[in-house]
Ligand binder design. Structure first.
Ligand SMILES: [Zn+2]
Length: 175
């Protein structure tokens, strides 16, 4: 699925994908807190005020419109991962364990069970850094940090993908 989507968006396997463009191509939106209408923002800040520095994103639904509100004070690679992760929950039609509904009809989706978090992390990682692309970049001799930069993701995520896809084992055997 990740390769089809990249193909559709005209992005090769070893290039960074723009998670915002992907979300928009599915008819959803990505906002920063400044884009949130004031009334809704008061609800969101209620939920994030306990530790405003600890939140990465919230996903809200208003009618047919799904909006991922991302904390844009985070580093870009982290934001990319966060947006893609939230997108993966939507793409996989995950049911959150918690849905808060406000009097204006706004729904806030949160708290997915652990196995759904793992699924979302897997799809999100595969979309940001597909296996074929990882292999190509490794063949060209790029290290984890350079691969992370090519995909616009954190080094930690690049290392995790290289390990989980078995690429590191594959290349170590050859050398
Ligand atoms: Zn999640």
């Amino acid at each position: 699925m990740s390769l089809d989507t990249r193909h559709r968006l005209g992005i090769s396997n070893d290039n960074a994908i723009d998670p915002i463009a992907l979300v928009q191509s599915k008819g959803c939106l990505v906002w920063t807190p400044e884009d949130v209408p004031e009334f809704d923002l008061s609800h969101l800040t209620q939920l994030t005020v306990s530790d405003p520095d600890s939140w990465d994103a919230v996903t809200i639904k208003e009618g047919d419109c799904t909006v991922i509100v991302v904390n844009n004070t985070r580093p870009a690679p982290r934001q990319a991962n966060t947006i893609m992760h939230e997108w993966a929950h939507l793409e996989l039609k995950h049911k959150p364990s918690r849905v808060d509904e406000f009097e204006n009809g706004l729904l806030l989706l949160s708290d997915y069970p652990k196995e759904l978090e793992d699924e979302a992390n897997w799809l999100s990682g595969a979309m940001l850094a597909p296996r074929d692309g990882l292999v190509n970049l490794r063949k060209r001799g790029l290290d984890d940090d350079q691969i992370a930069e090519a995909f616009g993701i954190s080094s930690q995520l690049a290392t995790w993908r290289l390990r989980m896809t078995g690429i590191d084992r594959q290349f170590n055997r050859r050398n």
